[in-house]
Design a protein around this ligand. Structure first.
Ligand SMILES: [Zn+2]
Length: 470
């Protein structure tokens, strides 16, 4: 599989270092507010990458996503609302994980909170000071950018150019205006932790380095996020990590393009932004995923309700096919005739074209194109296939679900069926109880026996009836 690596600025063949498990770190939310629709893009894109690596490539993925639960934004919010930083963090952390669930996104393997790992960050900062890469001024600690030769290698920004045109406000404290904060002294009333430099809190750039090292160890394969994080966040992560340990930090750096609205940059100050949770109230998760994946992840994506409507139409077309074929074949048995078998043979090419697309820097646009072509081909086949040959449709819908899985699409109808089955069994159990209460044991027993024939075993106890499937 090839992935575009921001660090080397080219497509490179990706393999986990140990050939089995991929270590992937995706920068997580700062939990001071609900997340907006722009932040949904990396969530869906890198969830898709993870699913693809797991299901199609057969690798395990250790997926780490931090939760920044102490930060200036949280402190400002606390000053505005009067709520404590902890309360704000808890509220929006819960909201974030609800949103992931709503989007059908796999939970990260670990989602450590910054405040759980202050010691790790203090250790990192101490090591940087000891090695001459950082210095303390009045309780703040800064990274000395001049001390790291590779500064700028990710973003392509040369230190000299930036210094020349530095519009960054010079600070009396800093040796160089580009030096960045590793540890920030606490003002009275702010959350703080004891450190060798007095009470304070870690900087955001430091958090991701400490957590990457803590949770991935040497398995630092992929570090990902939006391309607004390339500079300064990821550049500053690399500077710290490589200065501290004298070895490359991550091998692959992946970045998604930004979201715009009506061709304009989305921003809170322009007022043209929306919370992700509101979008999920208007559209189902599969439609939202389809929309976000219908443009290559590195390109800019323009958000519009028309775009989401188009995604809805495209998703519905596939869902309709799946449910029609499911219904048609529910009780069908046997194997397809020659024409059906020939059709099954043609399915292979769709699978290989899909994999080729996804292997090409996660080209979900082309992959979705293959899925839609597959649907057209199935619909054509259905028009005049004989009943026997139509049995080939079973393989066809299985393939749609297989190819949909990495995209997080088309599992829903199966899940809905499972939910419906549960509800129906519960309904029958309830009916049986009412019959027994009325002493109609013959009919009650008939329900139990017929369920048993279908493989559903009922067990009566003092607490009620439970059932299991054999
Ligand atoms: Zn980060």
């Amino acid at each position: 599989m090839k992935l575009y690596n921001t660090l080397t600025k080219r497509d490179e063949t990706f393999q986990p270092q140990d050939g089995q498990t991929v270590g992937m770190y995706v920068c997580g939310p700062t939990v001071y507010d609900h997340i907006h629709i722009g932040n949904v893009r990396p969530i869906i894109v890198f969830d898709t990458l993870r699913r693809y690596l797991e299901t199609t490539k057969g690798w395990k993925v250790t997926h780490i996503q931090n939760v920044t639960d102490v930060d200036d934004k949280l402190i400002n919010r606390s000053l505005e609302t009067g709520e404590t930083v902890e309360t704000i963090a808890r509220t929006y952390t819960d909201a974030y994980f609800d949103l992931l669930k709503g989007l059908g996104v796999l939970s990260p393997t670990h989602s450590p909170k910054a405040t759980e790992h202050i010691e790790d960050m203090i250790e990192l900062v101490s090591s940087l000071i000891d090695q001459g890469h950082a210095y303390e001024r009045d309780g703040d600690v800064y990274f000395r950018v001049d001390s790291f030769e590779g500064y700028g290698k990710l973003s392509g920004r040369r230190l000299e150019d930036q210094e020349a045109g530095a519009r960054i406000a010079a600070s009396a404290q800093k040796e160089n205006p580009l030096d960045f904060t590793l540890w920030k002294a606490a003002k009275p009333g702010e959350p703080n932790w004891d450190s060798p430099w007095g009470p304070g809190r870690p900087g955001w750039h430091t958090e991701c380095v400490a957590l990457s090292n803590r949770y991935l160890g040497d398995r630092r394969d992929i570090h990902a996020g939006g391309n607004d994080l390339v500079f300064p966040h990821h550049e500053n992560e690399i500077a710290q990590a490589e200065s501290a340990k004298h070895e490359p930090f991550f091998r692959f750096w992946l970045h998604n393009g930004m979201l715009s609205i009506g061709g304009e940059k989305m921003s809170k100050s322009l007022g043209n932004f929306d919370y992700a949770k509101n979008v999920l109230e208007r559209h189902d998760a599969e439609t939202v995923r389809y929309f976000y994946l219908s443009r290559h992840y590195r390109k800019p994506l323009d958000y519009s309700e028309e775009g989401l409507q188009a995604a809805r139409t495209a998703v519905d077309r596939i869902r309709t096919l799946l449910s029609d074929v499911d219904a048609e074949l529910r009780n069908a048995a046997g194997s397809p005739g020659a024409a059906g078998m020939a059709f099954v043979e043609t399915l292979r090419t769709y699978r290989s074209r899909y994999i080729e697309a996804m292997d090409d820097d996660l080209n979900t646009v082309a992959a979705i194109g293959v899925l839609q072509e597959l649907v057209s081909s199935i619909n054509r086949f259905r028009q005049d296939a004989t009943p026997d040959d139509r049995l080939a449709l079973r393989d066809a819908v299985t393939l749609i679900r297989e190819l949909g899985a990495p995209l997080g699409l088309f599992a829903e109808s199966e899940a809905t069926h499972a939910g419906l089955e549960n509800d129906l069994v519960d309904l029958l159990i309830n009916l049986r109880k009412q019959l027994r209460d009325k002493k109609d044991f013959a009919l009650a027993d008939q329900i139990r026996d017929q369920l048993a024939e279908m493989g559903v075993t009922l067990k009566d106890s003092a607490q009620g009836t439970i059932w299991s499937m054999t």
